[in-house]
Design a protein around this ligand. Structure first.
Ligand SMILES: *Cc1c(COP(=O)(O)O)cnc(C)c1O
Length: 386
């Protein structure tokens, strides 16, 4: 299916709403039926009914659902009110007491807490491995391993996993594979085509793209998505609002342009930083010197605008001063919007916990938005000149 068709036409039924080019926000909780018989048909198949009750489906969400499924080359999609609910509700749905999970070191922080703190309450255990070495997956598999959860690259150290190899191994052992693909979006990485079963994204990031909506999505086979929808999804109630769905539809129209701009500018900024005398190292999968550059080029068609770097002779004070000096790049969490952002790793620890010998304490994470890259470089340059 053409990308242009997916983003501009798929799922849209304009004759049904006055030929409006922009789809309506169907701000209604429930939908009326002419007869009891019609209602019965809808209630028997809530998954495929856009017009019953908006904790399940909703017509504005259905347009978005079709587009996001098609972008991933998946049979179906399910929308959530946050990226983390897409991940947590799906994990809860796929797992039961006694099951074992394999995941990578340094996944998204709340994913880590899900596996470390939340799921153990229900007798579900997790092994965290260095996913950049494929052999670690084989070694970590137990008879009760039910799920392998990936994030490639992760959004801190940018380590990759070989998606095709992991998918093949998991299939041969009857293990489900799931990936957090927020970093690449379906435009730069298509995990389903590489054999991964479930793809999750924080739509808050590139899909929304304007820092004004929190949302999540999973894609996969209709059978799997329907099973999650009909059970845990309807029970836990993480539905997206029609207004948020509309904002995501609007975001999708410009996704290829925004992603390309963010990708290209990040190439320019990371190259400039790498050559700067005060920079120790830059971590970005499409950098020439990146450890897994070959795998990145093989399984990704482009790269997100998040990267990390380390200042030479880092100290807590030096990192803080550098970030505080920035005039245009904002100190803020999240990413994927129009605005460039910076978060030093030291923001998540107290000053007395800082360890000069811990490389992860020195990492500064930056996101490149849609500004002119030279404008951002000038800001970095003045902040480095101290
Ligand atoms: C932000 C983020 C999430 C969580 O998404 P929310 O929409 O904030 O719930 C999950 N994974 C990654 C990689 C993220 O950056």
């Amino acid at each position: 299916m053409d990308l242009s068709f997916i983003l501009n036409e798929l799922g849209e039924d304009r004759e049904n709403y006055f030929n409006a080019v922009s789809p309506p926000i169907m701000q209604s909780t429930n939908f009326a039926f002419k007869t009891v018989a019609d209602l019965r048909v809808a209630m028997a198949d809530e998954f495929d009914t856009s017009t019953l009750y908006s904790r399940g489906q909703n017509p504005t969400l259905t347009i978005l659902r079709k587009k996001l499924a098609a972008l991933d080359g998946a049979e179906d999609a399910l929308l959530f009110n946050s990226g983390i609910s897409a991940i947590s509700v799906t994990a809860i749905s796929l797992l039961k007491t006694g099951d074992h999970v394999i995941t990578i070191a340094d996944p998204y922080s709340w994913t880590e807490k899900l596996f470390n703190d939340f799921l153990p309450k229900f007798g579900i255990t997790t092994t965290f491995i260095d996913g950049s070495d494929f052999n670690n997956f084989e070694t970590a598999i137990k008879p009760e391993t039910r799920l392998i959860f990936l994030e490639s690259p992760n959004t801190f150290t940018y380590q990759l996993q070989d998606l095709k190899k992991v998918a093949t191994l998991a299939k041969s052992r009857g293990i489900i594979t799931m990936i957090d693909n927020s970093y690449c979006t379906p435009l730069y990485q298509q995990p389903i085509k590489m054999g991964i079963d479930v793809v999750a994204q924080s739509a808050t990031k590139y899909i929304g793209g304007h820092s004004d909506v929190v949302a999540g999505v999973i894609t996969g086979s209709t059978a799997l998505i329907k099973q999650i929808f009909s059970n845990e999804f309807m029970n836990l109630g993480p539905a997206l609002s029609p207004h948020s769905a509309w904002l995501l539809l609007r975001g999708l129209r410009t996704l290829p342009l925004r992603l390309q701009r963010s990708f290209e500018s990040t190439g320019i900024v990371t190259k400039w930083l790498s050559a700067h005398e005060d920079i120790e190292k830059v971590l970005w999968p499409f950098s020439a010197g990146f450890e897994q550059a070959k795998l990145a080029q093989e399984q990704m068609q482009g790269c997100g605008g998040l990267f990390s770097f380390v200042l030479k002779n880092s100290s807590l004070k030096k990192i803080e001063n550098f970030c505080d000096r920035l005039q245009h790049i904002l100190i803020a969490v999240s990413w994927g919007g129009h605005e460039s952002l910076i978060v030093p790793s030291i923001a998540s620890i107290s000053a007395d916990q800082y360890d000069v010998n811990n490389p992860s304490h020195q990492l500064i994470r930056m996101y490149i938005g849609l500004e002119d890259p030279q404008y951002l470089i000038a800001d970095l340059q003045q902040a480095l000149a101290y």
